[in-house]
Ligand binder design. Structure first.
Ligand SMILES: [Zn+2]
Length: 248
């Protein structure tokens, strides 16, 4: 491959393959606004390995721009998080649950164990959460703290909120706890990212949530860690997801 330098490309016997978009990324009528990812700077990484608009994909994008589709989708492989404190009533997709259990065991061994707050949330659960807040505080007020039904990453079965103490549950002070620090440093080693990092509200549409983990698989988590790209939106060249496209 060293012979394949600028000026010698015509003589290259082994040209670098150009990424071929997977068929599932061809815009379908329901996702015409879902752009294709831009190729990663790392030539060996396949940014088309999993679709971004398929709810069964471990790379599915769910944010204020892109609701899960169909909006009432339910994962078929949910399992209870029985190996983690307070996890027996909470579920994730099987692959994510296994990875989270491994992350928990490593954190626990390092003196940074945690408990489960909530993991999978159904469309109807999110609706029951959102609608009263929208009635009480108005849409803008509700949107500030609660995802609209169909727009919560928790509905993918790949997201989980964890906590340690009640006072820092769903609070940014969780980030300073041993568990918060442990997952910030090591979650990628188990295929997770902190989906809403500090200082990225103008990209993700959410303030820093040091407790919200999203499973994306080892390959992508490693690539994002190594390349220093913190958000899925930036990694895949997607537009910022600060606002909903429509009224609820
Ligand atoms: Zn969350």
């Amino acid at each position: 491959m060293l012979a394949c330098v600028v000026g010698a490309l015509a003589a290259c016997s082994d040209p670098a393959p150009s990424p071929t978009p997977s068929p599932s990324l061809t815009p379908s009528p329901s996702v015409t606004s879902h752009p294709s990812p831009t190729p990663s700077p790392t030539e060996t990484f396949d940014t088309f390995a999993h679709p971004l608009d398929d709810p069964t994909s471990i790379w599915v994008i769910v944010n204020k721009m892109f609701p899960i589709s169909p909006t009432d989708w339910v994962p078929t492989d949910l399992v209870a998080l029985t190996g983690i404190p307070e996890g027996s009533d909470q579920k994730m997709r099987a692959e994510a649950a296994a990875a989270l259990t491994s992350l928990y065991q490593a954190a626990q061994a390092a003196g940074a164990g945690f408990k489960i707050s909530t993991a999978y949330r159904s469309y109807s659960f999110q609706k029951a959460l959102y609608d009263p807040r929208a009635r009480d505080r108005g849409v803008a007020g509700a949107d500030r703290t609660t995802a609209r039904p169909g727009y919560s990453e928790h509905q993918s079965g790949l997201a989980v909120d964890i906590y340690t103490t009640t006072e820092c549950r769903l609070s940014q002070c969780f980030g300073a706890t041993p568990a918060g620090q442990y997952i910030a440093e090591h979650a990628w080693e188990f295929g997770f990212i902190l989906r809403y990092p500090d200082g990225k509200e103008d990209v993700t549409g959410y303030v820093w949530e040091p407790w919200h983990l999203r499973y994306i698989g080892m390959e992508l988590a490693t690539e994002m860690h190594d390349s220093g790209v913190a958000t899925l939106e930036e990694f895949f060249g997607l537009p910022a997801a600060t606002d909903y496209a429509e009224s609820p």
